[in-house]
Design a binder for this molecule. Structure first.
Ligand code: LMR
Length: 401
């Protein structure tokens, strides 16, 4: 039965973590996976999450019953409000549906599967070049023809805006475009507001469908509203759209798989029908979503004091990342490392796209036990005051030789 099953390649991100864990070198550095670490390079349990935990476990009525198929309404509503804004016209007009999902990947998968069934305009889905590796996996799995739109300009070390727009203009009418709502993974380069306006204009002319992936709200700028700006702008422009939300990073709930798919349609009547199909789909795929992570998020988002505290926790995380950007830039500049390095401080969010080549990345791993993806992406949270000198010297060495 299984003798024709070919070996699949290892996952580019998770295989790095496995390699790092198996490495016994005391200086090893993991800048592979996008997971926040404290300055002691330890996982961070947000203080607000600890408080929510206490509330949850002191609740005498807590049980382990099934959640509704589409998740807990107070959670999905709060998640939709978080991304679309309290005063979103779409929310007030009942044009928003939301489904609780298995974190961001589950959200993208649910949205993509729904589109593969009901989206009749195009079978083409465009992802940015480069993008998070799972975008292609998920859309290809459900039968889309996955194409790329230019995004990163290696020479400029910035956004390839004109080329991106040209591809959007040339793409068949009604194509699906995956857009990173903020803190683009892997490049850390986001369009400016003016550029987002240009993108929306072309997408509207060509009737393309925006599918936002929002895994870093609060991480890009430390400001939840600012990081939601692009999505809200598209809603104001009258787009129908999907937003996949993950609470892995901004709540530090990586393993709890708390996500949400927010759906904006043209009318409340359409919303009802779409939601009914989403429930049907969800029932066949996961029956109903897991409870724990979503309960934590639900408690925090629906309590003004805890919500305010969450924002402070977010600031701590985004500030530590900004500090590490500055520290790395300063060290490379002080070492006189050949090349320009200001992109490290210009980029935002969890990652920096260093411009290091695959062969340099290989040397960093073999000689220095530093683990990063072959495309030169580093998770800034893997750096700290403890390893930044070691890391900068290693980069300096591979760039020179
Ligand atoms: C990453 O890009 O490193 C994270 O989003 C983890 C993952 O699931 O790939």
């Amino acid at each position: 039965v299984f003798n024709t099953v070919p070996q699949a390649p290892p996952d580019v991100i998770f295989s790095l973590t496995a390699g790092y864990k198996a490495d016994t070198d005391p200086n090893k550095v993991n800048v592979g996976v996008g997971a926040f670490r404290t300055d002691d390079l330890k996982p961070y349990v947000l203080p607000v999450v600890k408080k929510a935990d206490t509330i949850l476990f002191n609740n005498a009525d807590l049980d382990h019953e099934y959640l509704p198929i589409a998740g807990t309404p107070s959670y999905t509503k709060a998640a939709a409000r978080l991304i679309l804004g309290e005063n979103s016209p779409a929310i007030h007009e009942n044009r928003v549906a939301a489904v609780q999902t298995i974190s961001g990947t589950g959200s993208i998968h649910t949205g993509a599967t729904f589109l593969s069934q009901f989206y009749k305009k195009s079978k083409k889905c465009y992802i940015s070049k480069p993008t998070w590796a799972n975008h292609r996996n998920v859309f290809a799995l459900v039968g889309f023809e996955v194409e790329e739109y230019p995004y990163w300009n290696g020479e400029k070390r910035g956004l390839d805006y004109e080329a991106m727009l040209n591809t959007m203009r040339e793409a068949p009418e009604g194509s699906i475009f995956i857009l990173h709502a903020c803190a683009h993974n892997p490049t850390g380069v986001d369009p400016t507001r003016e550029q987002w306006q240009g993108i929306a204009e072309v997408m509207s002319e060509k009737h393309h469908f925006p599918f936002f992936d929002c895994a870093y709200q609060g991480f890009a700028s430390g400001d939840l509203d600012n990081d939601a700006w692009a999505v809200r702008y598209f809603v104001e422009q009258g787009f129908e759209l999907f937003v996949a939300q993950s609470f892995a990073k901004n709540f530090g709930l990586y393993g709890e798989r708390a996500g949400n798919l927010t759906i904006v349609t043209k009318s409340s009547e359409e919303t009802k029908r779409v939601f009914s199909q989403m429930e049907k789909l969800q029932r066949s795929e996961i029956s109903n979503p897991p409870a724990y992570g979503s309960r934590i998020v639900d408690i925090v988002l629906n309590d003004p004091a805890l919500y305010a505290e969450w924002k402070e926790n977010l600031k701590y995380m985004s500030n530590r990342i900004i500090e590490m950007r500055k520290a790395l830039f300063e060290r490379l500049t002080a070492l006189g490392t050949p090349g320009t390095w200001n992109h490290i401080t210009d980029q935002i969010g969890m990652f920096s796209f260093t411009g290091l080549t695959a062969s340099q990345v290989k040397v960093l791993k073999e000689k220095y036990h530093i683990y990063m993806t072959d495309n030169g992406r580093i998770s800034m949270a893997g750096l700290s005051t403890k390893n930044i000198d070691y890391f900068a010297k290693a980069v300096d060495d591979v760039v020179r030789n």
